[in-house]
Ligand binder design. Sequence first.
Ligand SMILES: Nc1ncnc2c1ncn2[C@@H]1O[C@H](COP(=O)(O)OP(=O)(O)O)[C@@H](O)[C@H]1O
Ligand SMILES: O=c1[nH]cc([C@@H]2O[C@H](COP(=O)(O)O)[C@@H](O)[C@H]2O)c(=O)[nH]1
Length: 370
Amino acid sequence: MTTLTPRERQIVELLRTQPLLDAQAIADRLGSTRASVAMALSSLTRKGAIAGRGYIVRDEPHVVVLGGAVMDIKARTVAAAGLHTSNPATIHTSPGGVGRNIAEGLARLGRRTSLIAAVGDDVFGRELLAHTADAGVYVDHVVRGPLATGTYLATLDHSGELVIGASDMRATDGLTVEQLGRGRDVLARADFVVIDGNIPADVVRWALQTCAQHDVPVLLDPVSVAKSARLAPLLDGVPVDTVTPNIAELGALAGAPVADNRPAITRAAAALHERGVRRVWVRRGKRGSLLSDEGTVVALASRPADVVDVTGAGDAMTAAYVDARTGGDTPADAADLGHVAAALTVAHPDNVRPDLDAAAIRTARTETLS
Ligand SMILES: Nc1ncnc2c1ncn2[C@@H]1O[C@H](COP(=O)(O)OP(=O)(O)O)[C@@H](O)[C@H]1O
Ligand SMILES: O=c1[nH]cc([C@@H]2O[C@H](COP(=O)(O)O)[C@@H](O)[C@H]2O)c(=O)[nH]1
């Protein structure tokens, strides 16, 4: 799939509803110049995204992400982390939230992506929206409510591994089905939907039913052990394309702890398949992952990386997987690309690397194949 720049995507979106706009009219609407729009139009024609005069937009698959959007505040200690005392550290903020990270990753990979989430009318909310929209994600369905934008506080040790994380998801916790009325059509028309466990259970139930009615495949990201437990009862009675737990979250979904070995994971995955989940993709940190595709289990290796900050690795993995699946790759191939995206992400301090790009992942994959 050809990668479009954020500006090119904005132009494509304008042309989708108003195909007869000329370069000057597009420039006026986007606050740009005629010359730079003309360059973007010829690049779009070369990439095959638009055709002929009157700029007909080729229909592109569309992913919708319903999930958390928060500001991450991340401290990385200078030396080994000491508990119950103050540690010298470098502290860095980065737009976060599992769903938002996945949406940004998808957009950076060139996939047309909409985010449905909730933020407050405050500085963090405005910053999150601006950053996410600049990355190319459509944010028109983000609810701006009275509750404060959530924050996630993480302490990483000097090797970039998480010591402790704490999340306050205020605006997301307050999201209701009524606020998302218009979102029903967006979900129904999507080619793939991602839902994260930050979303309140009744909203997840509504979204799963909407997707089931319209045959839209859904990936469910459990987010944490606590949030997996509340998702578990929602799995019954609706089809789910993929769930992406780590071992502890798999236990919470299955209703009992699962040992971290292949036979135990295979058994727990089989029980989820019985309940309507087609693929169970279990993340095992730097040990890679196991993907059970309707009972056929494949082990996928993680790629070597110089770890700077592990935050967002799982989300990059999911973004690359959903992008590849939407483009027609098999689940196992898509999951393998996910590991390449994760390795690139752990080597960067931001949750989503600004230079993430589909071609770079495919090249890095060939280079790291054993
Ligand atoms: N220390 C590490 N070294 C190399 N790769 C890592 C490391 N930690 C995570 N990864 C990569 O990131 C992926 C996701 O990390 P994991 O911890 O399994 O999930 P999550 O971030 O969702 O908790 C792993 O499968 C692996 O590819
Ligand atoms: O209860 C939550 N904790 C943490 C997150 C988010 O999880 C992301 C990191 O996820 P991972 O490293 O698993 O990819 C962070 O950006 C953080 O904002 C979240 O959405 N909800």
